[in-house]
Design a protein around this ligand. Structure first.
Ligand SMILES: [Zn+2]
Length: 88
């Protein structure tokens, strides 16, 4: 737990783990494997055609992760709502 939010268990990048998957706690990583350009949701997707997602991941790792902002924290849910509704 960091700043009151859980560090969730997630499936690791299937390319990084040579297809074996497995789960881990990755508090400094968002939803993208930057090395393989894969979305780390369920299921995992190739996102090479969506460079803006990798750019967003880099910004997350550079400015939010060092401050302890986790992928399922309240602030990230709030930011998602803002992005969806066009507020802010
Ligand atoms: Zn990977």
């Amino acid at each position: 737990m960091i700043h009151g939010a859980d560090v969730i268990d997630r499936t690791l990048c299937l390319r990084c783990t040579q297809g074996s998957g497995g789960t881990g706690r990755l508090p400094r990583i968002g939803w993208v494997c930057a090395r393989h350009r894969r979305w780390l949701g369920t299921p995992q997707h190739d996102i090479r055609a969506l460079p803006e997602l990798v750019a967003a991941e880099r910004r997350y790792r550079r400015s939010l992760a060092p401050r302890g902002v986790l992928v399922r924290s309240a602030i990230m849910h709030w930011a998602r709502e803002c992005a969806i509704t066009g507020v802010a």
